[in-house]
Design a binder for this molecule. Structure first.
Ligand code: AMP
Length: 354
């Protein structure tokens, strides 16, 4: 397979901030970008060569994009795998439909992790309300109920404490039920961000340590302080996942670290990741450049950290009284402001990061 050099066109399905930062990097490297998104002013469209306006499950629109590009990649895992399988007949899709089929349904993802022997929190499938009590019997309370699809940032999950009416809480969940999971008493959350190239080579960025607020990533610091053997264990888990999936591109594996050092896989993201934003500026090669290199079949870059970094997400709530006072942020010479060009700041919406 010949590598796709600069001048080639990359199609991106989904026009959020991940696509935007990918597009900025890809264009800097001399690639062209076409993005599919329902919003012609989406964050990625603002920095792309062309936009195909359409929903991510609009097969005709996706085909229209596929015919204009040399390779297709994703800003989100929520593009239906059947659409990706169809597009694979037009242009290479990286990561491919089979990866997405495993990842985008939380139940299938958990079954996959069990099958390849990866450690995770105790869980039980819950297909409907009738199965709920039995599943809670298996995992105990408190538990977290999660839906099958589109369950990012804590959307599509609800916590079931002891002595609450679990059935009544179901009303809060939108989407098809997937699993009940034990509530893990972790000491911290980490993520391993790696890239796997077309030939199977892997490079791993320094591990990130993540703090969430209201289920949304708030702060990442990297490299996470960690003893060598523990780092190797975390790497081994992420590498095993990427290899079992035959993933191509950047992948993030989020893990819980327990007091006894155990690592449990929480979630796999088959794409660049919010906890990897620090790599843009702090590492020799950012996660976005790494992803471009991987999906274009080029050699991977050096993921090493050039400096320590802290990343703080800017959530829409900060705009409650108008735009934040940016001069306070920029008064710090080491700070770098990234805004995603979203027009409506809403509570819980990721607007940018520092
Ligand atoms: P998720 O969308 O599954 O990544 O969940 C978002 C965040 O919710 C995680 O990063 C954790 O902070 C929290 N969370 C999710 N699942 C669990 C669990 N089983 N135990 C404890 N906290 C969890």
């Amino acid at each position: 397979m010949n590598p796709l050099g600069p001048g080639a066109t990359i199609g991106v399905l989904g026009g959020g901030q991940l696509g935007r930062m990918l597009a900025v990097t890809a264009r800097q490297m001399g690639y062209r970008i076409v993005v599919l998104d329902p919003n012609p002013r989406c964050p990625t469209a603002q920095v792309s060569d062309r936009v195909v306006v359409g929903a991510l499950d609009d097969l005709e629109a996706a085909r229209h994009l596929a015919k204009q590009v040399d390779v297709i990649t994703l800003d989100t895992e929520h593009v239906p795998a059947e659409i990706l399988a169809d597009l694979e007949t037009i242009a290479p899709v990286r990561p491919g439909a089979s990866v997405l089929r495993t990842i985008q349904d939380r139940l299938v993802q958990k079954q996959f992790l069990d099958r390849i022997g990866m450690p995770q929190a105790a869980w039980a499938p819950v297909g409907d309300a009738d199965e709920l009590e039995a599943a809670l019997g298996d995992v105990g309370r408190p538990a977290i109920l999660k839906v099958r699809r589109a369950g990012y940032d804590g959307k599509g999950q609800v916590r079931i404490d002891p002595d609450v009416d679990a059935i009544a809480l179901l009303a809060r969940l939108r989407g098809e039920l997937a699993v009940a999971e034990e509530v893990v008493k972790f000491t911290r959350e980490i993520s391993v961000i790696l890239a796997r190239g077309l030939g199977g080579e892997i490079q791993i960025h320094p591990i990130a340590e993540n703090a969430h607020r209201r289920h949304i990533l708030h702060t990442t610091r990297a490299p996470a302080p960690m003893a060598d053997p523990q780092r190797k264990r975390a790497h081994a888990i992420a590498v095993a996942v990427a290899e079992a999936l035959e993933h191509v591109g950047v992948m993030a594996v989020e893990m819980f670290e327990l007091a006894d050092g155990q690592l449990l896989v929480n979630e796999i993201a088959p794409r660049t990741h919010n906890s990897g934003h620090y790599t843009y500026g702090a590492c020799a090669t950012s996660q976005f450049e790494q992803h471009v290199r991987a999906v274009c079949g080029l050699p991977l870059g050096d993921p090493r950290a050039l400096t320590g970094a802290v990343m703080v997400n800017l959530i829409g709530d900060l705009w409650a009284a108008g735009p934040p006072a940016w001069h306070h942020v920029l008064a710090r010479p080491e700070a770098h402001l990234h805004l995603y060009g979203k027009d409506a700041p809403a509570p819980g919406r990721k607007m940018g990061h520092v």
